[in-house]
Design a protein around this ligand. Structure first.
Ligand code: C5P
Length: 243
């Protein structure tokens, strides 16, 4: 591992140079952070679970024609991805009120939203990833109007598909965050889904009990994070009992 060139180290992942030009290796760490790094812990096995769950989600997205950066999983903690230019936005899609939406607007957590809501946050740790409008995004050149339209179309497709996928295994997709990147192929650029989609970046509630099967277990000191992520993997049928 140390022989590879490290391109970027984030809170929960490391990116290494890939085997071919235009590829990278995405390594999932066990680190858990919340509230912009103010809370930090290392949770044994979290990286392995996120690697597997995110692989599963990106494979399913690729199958229905949603473009992503994902190529293939390499091992327990790593996947091969296409190198993209990350658009500095966190795209959050919400179906049910929770988290910062509930806090900001005083809407009780668990309230079904009248329609899915898409929000943009500017990816900037020093500023605590502030909520921004499309006006900010185009004015400051983070993405063009056309790119925003493409991102919204992608976010709606991902939300519709994942809501059904999780509902099929008794899980409500309350909200999730996705990141997008620009991928160039033969002088053509298209927007693809990048980063990860896992219980670290989604709110997943058991449909019957409303039990939280996501990173809120860490954020809210509830414990049982690995058990919850394992349950998501088990329901999706992607991990055998002894893994
Ligand atoms: O905290 P908030 O309610 O805005 O989070 C909305 C969704 O985005 C949640 O599913 C959360 O896990 C995800 N998120 C994330 N990374 C962030 C902020 C939020 O994955 N930096």
């Amino acid at each position: 591992m140390s022989r590879r060139r490290r391109i970027y180290e984030g809170k929960a992942k490391v990116l290494y140079e890939g085997p071919e030009p235009g590829t990278l290796i995405q390594h999932f760490k066990d680190d858990a952070t919340a509230f912009n790094n103010k809370k930090h812990d290392v949770i044994d096995g979290k990286g392995v679970l996120n690697n597997r769950i995110s692989e599963y989600v990106f494979l399913r997205l690729n199958e229905i024609g949603v473009p992503t950066h994902f190529i293939k999983r390499l091992n327990m903690r790593e996947q091969l991805i296409r190198e993209v230019e990350i658009i500095p936005l966190e795209v959050v899609v919400r179906n049910v009120a929770a988290g910062s939406l509930s806090t900001r607007l005083g809407i009780e957590e668990g309230t079904q939203l009248p329609r899915s809501i898409i929000e943009f946050y500017y990816k900037n740790d020093a500023l605590n990833d502030p909520l921004v409008s499309e006006e900010h995004i185009t004015a400051f050149g983070w993405a063009t109007t056309q790119e925003i339209d493409d991102i919204i179309a992608l976010a709606i497709r991902v939300n519709d598909f994942l809501s059904g996928l999780f509902l099929g295994v008794g899980i409500r997709l309350v909200d999730f965050k996705m990141e997008c990147g620009r991928l160039w192929e033969n002088d053509m650029m298209r927007i693809v889904v990048a980063d990860e989609i896992s219980p670290d970046s989604c709110r997943l509630w058991d449909i019957k009990s409303n039990d939280k099967l996501d990173k809120d277990r860490f954020r809210r000191d509830m414990g049982g994070l690995v058990e919850a992520y394992s349950e998501v993997a088990r329901r999706l049928g992607i991990m055998s009992e002894n893994e």
